[in-house]
Write a protein of this length. Structure first.
Length: 59
């Protein structure tokens, strides 16, 4: 975001992670912040064969 009269930045994105989340920005008079966001834990899903075997076992 810019001050239209003087072209001064009030907010600027410095960096993003691989998922596109904001990890660093500058606000106001140059105050800088950095943030580390852990990558989400990958949740595995059972295969179709596993689900079919389970369904046969419960019916």
């Amino acid at each position: 975001m810019l001050d239209d009269t003087n072209n001064i930045y009030f907010y600027r994105i410095r960096s993003r992670d691989a998922a596109g989340r904001l990890t660093g920005h500058i606000v106001g008079n140059g105050l800088s912040t950095d943030k580390t966001i852990p990558l989400p834990v990958v949740i595995s899903t059972p295969s179709n064969q596993t689900l079919t075997a389970w369904m046969k076992s419960v019916t």
